[in-house]
Design a binder for this molecule. Sequence first.
Ligand SMILES: NC(=O)c1ccc[n+]([C@@H]2O[C@H](COP(=O)([O-])OP(=O)(O)OC[C@H]3O[C@@H](n4cnc5c(N)ncnc54)[C@H](O)[C@@H]3O)[C@@H](O)[C@H]2O)c1
Length: 471
Amino acid sequence: MAPIKVTKICCIGAGYVGGPTCAVIALRCPHITVTIVDLNQDRVDAWNSEDFKLPIYEPGLEDVVRQARGRNLFFSTDVDKGIKEADLIFVSVNTPTKKTGVGAGFGADLHYVELATRRIAAVADSSKIVVEKSTVPCRTAESMRTILEANSKNHCRFDILSNPEFLAEGTAISDLFKPDRVLIGSLQTEEGLEACRALADVYANWVPQERILTVGLWSSELSKLAANAMLAQRISSINALSAICEATGANIDEVAHAVGCDSRVGPKFLKASVGFGGSCFQKDILNLVYLSESLHLPEVAAYWRQVVEMNEYQKRRFSKRVVDTLFNTITGKRIAVLGFAFKADTGDTRESASITLIRDFVAERANVHVYDPKVEEEQIWMDLTEAMPQLPAETIKKQVTLCSSALEACKDAEAVVIATEWKEFTLIDWETVYANMKKPAFVFDGRLLVDAKKLKEIGFKVTVIGRGNGL
Ligand SMILES: NC(=O)c1ccc[n+]([C@@H]2O[C@H](COP(=O)([O-])OP(=O)(O)OC[C@H]3O[C@@H](n4cnc5c(N)ncnc54)[C@H](O)[C@@H]3O)[C@@H](O)[C@H]2O)c1
């Protein structure tokens, strides 16, 4: 068969994955026209904004978009045109955990993937390579193929590839520039392998050949869930040990360092914290749990479920430690929460530990003062009202105040809780914070960020995750 050469790419979904990924493809492949389409007009407008006020914060992203936008990178709400013109289409739509129906709370909601796939079938009038970029359960590509084949016009053929995205928010651009690996899964047929080669050629414009892994479709789909499950499992493992440290007087930083020095283990992802967040870890593990249950593997399901349960426990444990330390009540007390994003260097708040902490503090009737350097106010109110559906928005707004700096949030507070590891929080002038706080002044470090010894010298009572009260 004739070799396929990709010259026009369409990406359906201009979110945290579709936007950065395809912007980098456009930058590195000036000979390919890349159009990113989305149904959300506000999001597309922000991608197209004259002052480059992009809808997501990601270090280095603005620079990439500035270089490629209008040259060979376009953002549009015209999904149909994008589909029609492309020879390769990335499906990069959201796949959240199902909220209702069969598999609710565990399985992935594939509704958006299905709608996007049906749209491709309905409007495509030439053959396409359709690439599953979203994280999906194993064998979703088969469902996509069935939909495409059942609805396509006679002369169109569709080759489905799986090309999961391994970028991490906060480092997306450097991850995309220098990926550990690019994974492409295809059917092992002549056509499947040719489509795989065509996509590999796109990445080969900047990714070394040995980092482009080509595998079977199902291995590719499962590898993404497996990678996230293993990463999250490391965090839950170190967090489980942090609880033991607090009870024994061991220090989790020292334990993690000693363990991580073992070359078989390695040092990464061993930082204890108030718990992992983000749109992927919990969702993807629950997905694996659901898959295991569907395959009648209850022990496997229970094993992975525990990773998520450990994470919930860690968040609960931390907020309880705050209440216990503040003499068993925080009613009417002012608590400063520093950080609302699920981790540093992103404005993403999905599944952020901060949301759970603030919900717990509000339930204890504390006055919570929140500051985050990147998260928009509107987003914080949306997350908090969703997390506390039983409370009217006015009640939440009475108990929660949004602040425009860390110093402002900490003023007159009885306790400061560090929930996100923003670099900015390492530069806080703690002497000033102390002078402006009620006494005794407490700091709860959920991110192993502060110099506890120095803070104690200033006069703070410091509680750090993974360290006993004697520190
Ligand atoms: N966020 C991450 O760090 C990350 C990393 C790797 C993989 N993933 C996976 O990538 C996928 C996308 O994640 P995200 O964080 O970019 O989600 P997102 O919610 O930020 O973006 C998805 C976008 O798709 C759009 N969309 C949905 N249905 C559409 C349709 N039919 N037509 C056009 N646009 C449509 C939505 O409007 C939204 O803007 C998910 O499956 C996720 O699991 C995410």
